[in-house]
Design a protein around this ligand. Structure first.
Ligand code: AMP
Length: 215
């Protein structure tokens, strides 16, 4: 059966970390719209030029543009057995576009909502570091690299995302509450959302996620 998993939750809830782990376990692609946009900005593609100002300000990229990118990605061969969405959908119109698409494909997603407190989000985001080379995610407090500033996996340089600075974090959280949190009710009403307490140890949270996915 085609496995379609959507990770929902505020920035810093652990969507990226867990989506990467689940992607390896289930052998289906991890699709992060944030990663796609950051890569486009870095390589200065046409898409990158269009989305840069939104990312720098912690604002949402317009729905139609995001959906065009996601739909293209979902049509790729590697998505035929399923995929994991991280950071999409982020608004009700995005969720509706995805729903219509999945209906056409006669599939239903599993929505995994990672529930964490505001304080934890702020603490996690301000101490998050990412590998420039392989994208591995670290946390200076709860999951530091073995060597300062260096990725354990590939030896790449670690950096702080420009939108993980305090002022932008504040703005991203406001955007989350205004635009994305309504999705929780949207999916609750559809009966395919599972809420996971994501405050605990990473391994514990992963176990809970896998249980829900395998049900
Ligand atoms: P993320 O890595 O998921 O925190 O995303 C980083 C940034 O990319 C966000 O702050 C937005 O500017 C943009 N972005 C990512 N996904 C979406 C989306 N689904 N809709 C609109 N903007 C997005």
């Amino acid at each position: 059966m085609r496995k379609i998993i959507i990770f929902l939750g505020p920035p810093g809830a652990g969507k990226g970390t867990h989506a990467k782990e689940v992607s390896q376990i289930l052998n289906i692609p991890h699709i992060s719209t944030g990663d796609i946009f950051r890569e486009a900005v870095k390589t200065q593609t046409e898409l990158g030029v269009k989305v840069k100002e939104y990312l720098d300000a912690g604002k949402l990229v317009p729905d139609e543009l995001v959906w065009a990118v996601v739909r293209d990605r979902l049509e790729k061969e590697d998505c035929k057995d399923g995929f994991i969405l991280d950071g999409f959908p982020r608004t009700i119109p995005q969720a509706e576009m995805l729903d219509n698409y999945l209906k056409e494909k006669k599939t239903t997603p599993k929505v995994v909502y990672l529930d964490v407190s505001d304080e934890l989000v702020i603490r996690r985001l301000s101490s998050r570091r990412v590998c420039k080379n392989c994208g591995a995610i670290y946390n200076l407090i709860s999951m530091p690299p073995k060597k300062d500033g260096i990725c354990d996996i590939c030896g790449g340089e670690l950096y702080q995302r420009s939108d993980d600075q305090p002022e932008v974090i504040k703005h991203r959280l406001e955007t989350y509450y205004n635009e994305t949190q309504p999705l929780i009710d949207y999916y609750k009403n559809k009966n395919y959302m599972h809420t996971i307490d994501a405050e605990g140890e990473r391994e514990e949270v992963l176990k809970k996620i896998l249980k829900v996915i395998e049900e």
